[in-house]
Ligand binder design. Structure first.
Ligand SMILES: Cc1ncc(COP(=O)(O)O)c(C=O)c1O
Length: 354
């Protein structure tokens, strides 16, 4: 599907992907000799200084002891979930966690179970049942801070309290990085630096580049360096993406107005929805699922909205649960306030009568 229409579909939340500052930063990096490719695995000849500098700066920015870069969030989640939990441990995942965490968990040696979305009591009950059955190892709770298809947030403090009793908390900040928290440090910013908390920050969404960072205690990061197969047996990410990432973190610090503008758009979309389509609820974040229900109905509606000049995508099972096919509205600085008003007006016009 081509990239036509006003952007209500990308994860370029702060409009950084094509921004002059990011472009200039990559040009400047090339001019000072940063190579396009790393040309080898990090453990061989691919350990570019630009990547190491970026990781040190990112660890300081997010408040973690150490950070390790990967080529993308998918592979970073896969590496963390398949490598850190050990035989005898339990990985307990939120039902709506991203596919990459499920794949990683399945590829590792720990037992895997899930709990109902955002239901901490259910997680506690599952752990109790596992312990009763003789489970002795650590529990690794795996959640997203801001869910990619529902736009709702995890009860991170309650989950961290459970992790303090039982083991570790892995937080995928993919959609919160750059958008929420002081300076865009994410929804788990206050938990960073704890020994039993590992976070994932992707570079391909609000930060406008590509790649990801796993952040956590030095011992855990060192363990990944030595054991994570997707780290060891892969060419290191492009050093240019490290340069882009460094600039993105600087922009987060220098230009809080980007985050503020996005918050205004979130509020505007919510109020327009309340005015024109009160049966639909805003999520409170930049990701707003407009649940239609049926798959065919959703895709037809998406096409009709696209024909009016908006890039808005329908999402169907298996990406989301059966019967919850939806239009996933992604609010970014690439769509103006006027675009938002026109989109909601169009949705009002096309929304199926109930
Ligand atoms: C919650 C979540 N985690 C991880 C990823 C994977 O990140 P990446 O696209 O950088 O591979 C995505 C998205 O695509 C995501 O939505």
């Amino acid at each position: 599907m081509p990239r036509d229409g006003v952007d209500f579909a990308s994860n370029d939340y702060l409009g950084l992907a094509g921004s002059p500052r990011m472009i200039a930063a990559v040009r400047a990096a090339l001019d000072r000799g940063v190579p396009v490719g790393a040309a080898a695995s990090r453990l061989l000849r691919g350990n570019e200084p630009e990547q190491e500098t970026f990781e040190a700066e990112a660890a300081a920015f997010f408040g973690a002891e150490a950070a390790l870069g990967f080529g993308g969030g998918y592979v970073a989640n896969f590496a963390a979930l398949s490598t850190l939990p050990q035989r005898g441990d339990l990985i307990l995942m939120d039902d709506l966690s991203h596919a990459s965490t499920h794949e990683g968990a399945r590829a590792g040696r720990a037992q895997v179970a899930s709990f109902q979305h955002n239901d901490v009591q259910h997680a506690v009950d599952r752990i109790a049942a596992w312990r009763k059955d003789g489970g002795r190892g650590a529990v690794w709770l795996s959640v997203e801070s801001l869910y990619s298809m529902d736009g709702d947030v995890a009860p991170l403090d309650d989950l961290a309290a459970v992790a303090d009793e039982e083991g570790f908390l892995l937080v995928d900040e993919a959609h919160a990085t750059g958008v929420f928290g002081p300076e865009g440090r994410g929804l788990a910013h206050h938990l960073e630096g704890r020994e039993n908390v590992v976070t994932l920050h992707t570079l391909g969404k609000a930060l406008g580049g590509s790649g990801a960072l796993v952040c956590g205690a030095r011992a855990l990061i060192d363990f990944l360096v030595n054991r994570a197969r997707p780290f060891i047996f892969a060419t290191a990410p492009s050093p240019l993406m490290a340069a882009a990432g460094r600039e993105a973190l600087t922009i987060l610090r220098d230009e809080p107005e980007r985050r503020e503008a996005l918050q205004s758009r979130i509020a505007l979309f919510g109020s327009e929805l309340a005015r024109r389509l009160p049966q639909l609820r805003p999520s409170g974040s930049q990701i707003v699922p407009l649940i239609v229900g049926g798959d065919a109905e959703t895709m037809q509606l998406a096409e009709a909205v696209q024909a009016r000049g908006f890039d808005l995508r329908g999402i169907r099972p298996p990406t989301v649960p059966q019967g919850t096919a939806r239009l996933r509205v992604s609010l970014t600085l690439n769509a103006s306030e006027d675009d938002i008003r026109r989109l909601v007006e169009t949705l009002e016009d096309l929304w199926p009568a109930s």
